[in-house]
Ligand binder design. Structure first.
Ligand code: F6P
Length: 546
């Protein structure tokens, strides 16, 4: 029987942290390092090819111990077991949450409603591999017999961000003879620019949508069908050779006109933002090939196993989650910056935004009570070193506390002269500067005039994690994504929020559906919105000459 878990702020561990924070907020990283010179070697953890240095955080061993106790008291262990057992932990949608099953080996067992889903997962993976092989080798041709050279993924949210991030991240491993594009926005420009230089006869569209009802995706898919048919002389038979679908909704797929034989299935127990290992990864597999895709899945699986089995104090996702809670709930930090020093990871922060903010942007607990503490931080970031010449000023000298995650690699995928050493020097310099800063005395000692000293002082004490891996391989990318997935899960368990629904996106969708006919109608519509919305709609209708 599981013990009753008290509301977060009444938990013993929480109260202990409140008291501990009264002292901790006065610590400076300079002193913490001076007192424990081996801190930088000790406050580290390693798993699945990722090395985490969390020593530049405003914590001591005792802080970590208290945070771990809070995780234990919050029932994290039971929550992890429940997820891996296939319990319906997505309460508001009455669904299991089993993205971990998507990367499980063939002989594993994951049960949903008493049925092992792993064979189905592998059947879809095999079907994807077979299809990818045929397209990549030129056996699968377009309607006119031409080889497929362009792949356009149409999807949005989880049906876009994972695929585009993975494609960019693993471009080094991709088939360079093929072009990959991603269309997500309902702004027609996205589609027009993605297809303007493509030959329809050589283009394959993957319509990726869990529900196959998403307005943006269906609008883009319809425009794609029109574009294709007008480019190929209007023969509707062409659709079968140029469109495949990734969805849980076979009925809608076939209504759209895609043969369900060319549909790659996934399941309602895969959340959109956790779906890049499912058939939603078809474009990734087409780009990097089935073997690399399996290596990616294996990297995810290594981190899943680490998360499931490692003690919390050595568990990378748990540690990162707890540090996030420490800053978010005790120091009042509002955001977290994710700073990959790897150009291939340029879309990684955008991908993480959906994963973290759709999951943790909640203000009621699982039992519907308003929370009296802060939940999800705002995630943002840009690849280094570009950010250094843009927003880092505020991180170094602004008034806000912004914990940073630096991500870097030992080896460049495309070594070029001194570039990589210079890049890495910058990662190490940034975390060092953030932590230790520059005191007024140090500034004065440089001969800086007194009046200028305050401007040149770096307070330091700005926390960061550094995540290092040997090389950006498919497996390492998988481990990295799973690290953040499980970190989000851990935070959700402690905050006691539903990390797997996203009701917050519904209202806007419903209202937009209501407004579309008001914009399109020939007659001036009777508008019943507020005065601002009514007059914006009228102004827009005037602008478009309605
Ligand atoms: O933005 C809301 C959302 O439901 C996301 O969670 C999801 O990833 C996205 O829309 C796309 O949904 P679908 O795959 O059903 O088109």
């Amino acid at each position: 029987m599981t013990a009753t878990i008290l509301p977060l702020t009444q938990r013993k561990g929480w109260k202990a942290l409140v008291t501990h924070h009264r002292t901790a907020r006065k610590w400076h990283l300079r002193t913490l390092f001076a007192k424990r010179p081996k801190r930088g070697e000790r406050m580290t953890a390693e798993a699945a090819g990722l090395f985490l240095d969390y020593s530049k955080n405003r914590v001591t061993g005792r802080t970590v111990k208290l945070l771990v106790e809070l995780a234990e008291e919050s029932g994290l262990r039971d929550r992890i077991d429940a997820m891996f057992r296939g319990d319906k932990i997505n309460l508001t949608e009455d669904r299991a949450v089993l993205h971990v099953a998507l990367r499980a080996p063939k002989d594993a067992t994951f049960l949903v409603d008493g049925k092992n889903v792993v064979p189905e997962v592998h059947a879809v993976l095999d079907k994807m591999a077979e299809f990818a092989g045929r397209v990549r080798s030129g056996v699968w041709t377009g309607h006119t017999g031409k080889r497929i050279r362009n792949v356009v993924n149409i999807g949005i949210g989880g049906s876009d961000l994972g695929p585009v991030m993975a494609y960019e991240a693993l471009r080094h491993y991709s088939e360079r003879g093929m072009t990959f594009r991603f269309v997500s926005n309902v702004d027609g420009i996205d589609f027009v620019e993605a297809t303007r230089d493509l030959d329809p006869a050589e283009t394959l569209f993957i319509v990726s949508s869990k529900t196959f009802t998403t307005l943006e995706t269906m609008t883009n898919a319809e425009s794609a069908r029109d574009w294709l048919l007008s480019g190929l002389g209007g023969d509707k038979q062409a659709v079968a050779k140029h469109f495949v679908a990734v969805s849980t909704n076979a009925e809608k797929v076939s209504e759209f006109g895609i043969d369900t034989a060319n549909m790659f299935a996934f399941w309602d127990w895969v959340g959109g933002r956790y779906s890049m290992c499912s058939a939603i990864g078809l474009s990734t597999m087409l780009a990097i090939g089935p073997d690399n895709f399996r290596a990616l899945l294996n990297g995810f699986h290594q981190m899943d196993e680490h998360f499931r089995t490692a003690p919390f104090e050595q568990n990378l996702p748990v540690l990162m989650a707890l540090l996030g809670i420490w800053y978010n709930d005790f120091f009042g930090a509002q955001t977290t910056a994710v700073l990959p020093y790897e150009q291939y990871l340029k879309r990684f922060p955008a991908y993480l935004q959906q994963m973290t903010m759709e999951s943790s942007g909640k203000s009621v607990t699982l039992d519907g009570m308003a929370v009296d503490y802060d939940t999800g931080a705002v995630y943002w970031g840009e690849p280094g070193t570009n950010g250094q010449h843009s927003f880092y000023q505020l991180i170094h000298q602004g008034t806000r506390l912004i914990p940073c995650d630096f991500i870097a690699f030992g080896q460049a995928l495309a070594p070029l002269g001194r570039h990589h050493d210079i890049l890495m020097a910058n990662v190490f310099a940034q975390s060092e500067a953030l932590a230790f800063g520059l005191t007024p005395e140090q500034v004065k000692a440089e001969g800086v005039p007194d009046w200028l000293v305050p401007h040149r002082v770096f307070e330091g004490n700005r926390p960061s994690n550094t995540i290092l891996a040997e090389r950006l391989t498919p497996a390492v990318l998988g481990a990295l994504v799973a690290l953040y997935e499980h970190s989000v899960f851990t935070q959700g368990a402690i905050w006691n929020v539903g990390s797997f629904d996203q009701w917050g996106v519904q209202l806007g969708k419903v209202l937009a559906q209501r407004i579309v006919p008001e914009l399109e109608s020939k007659e001036a519509p009777a508008l019943t919105h507020d005065s601002s919305t009514n007059s914006l709609i009228r102004r827009y209708r005037k602008m478009k000459g309605a």
